[in-house]
Design a protein around this ligand. Structure first.
Ligand SMILES: [Zn+2]
Length: 218
């Protein structure tokens, strides 16, 4: 299922790179929403529960993949706008509370990371400045700023796609997720749809390098 999803997204991504005008962007977004609705019909339903006969671990994994696929879609949307592709979704009791994608360039806002956007919207939806009992899915390991916000928000669980060995602050460069000096520790699960998340970033930076190279040739 994920393989099919990845192929369809790659196809749309390549197409979006060929023509990045705004009308095309909206048509791509519509197509992507169609793709994810076809591939993961359960993503938009609020009350999906694992099948009772299913092994619990497998069911949890599948559930995590379902929400990470949604975060990947948001990351793809960021990429189309020229932002580093990172997406995040906030979930509580297997229901989508809020979503966010990376937009610091578009918004002229150094804090406009996907996680911050999802936390801000989630706090408004839940009408609470803290978000206990929630899970945040993010396609790339959060930075220092986002880990700080995640601690402030009292997120219960953090699910990470690709790790970030250069600036990841959940466990890679800093270990803010489980720092005994802080008054809140988070359950962290990593490696959910890791290849898809990493591949998307790699492809984005590669296409950006190529575009710059072509620009210099002109
Ligand atoms: Zn961040």
């Amino acid at each position: 299922m994920l393989f099919q999803y990845r192929n369809l997204l790659s196809m749309l991504y390549e197409r979006s790179l060929l023509n990045s005008n705004r009308n095309n962007y909206y048509s791509i977004i519509r197509q992507r929403k169609y793709v994810i609705a076809q591939t993961f019909p359960s993503v938009r339903k609020r009350d999906i529960r694992p099948h009772t006969e299913m092994d619990q671990t497998t069911a949890d994994d599948m559930n995590d993949q379902k929400w990470m696929a949604k975060a990947l879609l948001l990351a793809e949307e960021a990429a189309i706008l020229g932002e580093v592709p990172v997406g995040a979704v906030l979930v509580k009791d297997d229901a989508l509370i809020a979503e966010g994608s990376n937009s610091p360039i578009k918004d002229n806002d150094p804090t406009a990371h996907a996680e911050i956007a999802a936390l801000r919207r989630g706090a408004k939806v839940l009408n609470n400045y803290r978000l206990p009992g929630t899970t945040l899915y993010v396609t790339l390991e959060p930075c220092i700023m986002c880990m700080g916000a995640i601690i402030h928000a009292r997120i219960e669980r953090l699910v990470i796609g690709a790790t970030d060995p250069k600036s990841g602050a959940a466990f890679s460069v800093y270990n803010i997720g489980n720092d005994n000096l802080l008054n809140h520790s988070i359950v962290i699960n990593k490696g959910i749809c890791e290849n898809e998340c990493r591949e998307l970033l790699k492809r984005f930076f590669k296409s950006r390098r190529e575009a710059r190279k072509n620009e210099r040739k002109k």
